[in-house]
Design a protein. Structure first.
Length: 148
């Protein structure tokens, strides 16, 4: 169900910075809606690799996106600096439900709000596997106090 109100910065515990690229703009002069998903995926992986130590190339587990949804409130365009608010809304035995919001630098209300779900799988078998305890602890740091 679409969210009627944009998220605000206080709704998120972690921020990842990104910049728009020339190629992100579409024929209408703003970032194409499909590109927002790339920003969200990038922010999640920046956190998993940089803060959680996940080795996405050689590690024993991988996170696969199995669900995503996004509500759009206003456009962004090149050139613009962006920040993605990131939080964990639910941490299961093998899955993580992320809440995300895209903010233009200096703006209090989000341009878009999204939810994405990772299922962690064994890199060799592609079968679901438990979130390892060290990764779980790092994800708990950005757990939402009260998810929407």
């Amino acid at each position: 169900m679409p969210q009627s109100n944009p998220a605000t910065r206080s709704d998120y515990r972690r921020y990842e910075s990104l910049t728009t690229r020339w190629m992100d703009n579409d024929a209408f002069g703003h970032v194409n809606n499909a590109t927002y998903y790339s920003y969200f995926d990038t922010a999640i992986n920046q956190y998993l690799i940089g803060e959680c130590g996940l080795d996405v190339l050689r590690g024993p587990i991988r996170g696969l996106i199995v669900h995503s949804e996004c509500d759009y409130f206003r456009s962004v365009q090149f050139p613009q600096r962006l920040e993605v608010g990131l939080r964990v809304e639910r941490l299961g035995s093998s899955s993580v439900h992320y809440g995300l919001a895209l903010f233009a630098e200096g703006h209090e209300e989000a341009a878009a709000r999204a939810r994405m779900v990772h299922v962690f799988v064994d890199a060799a078998t592609s079968r679901p596997t438990s979130v390892p305890e060290p990764l779980r602890r790092r994800l708990e740091i950005i757990a939402a106090l009260g998810a929407d």
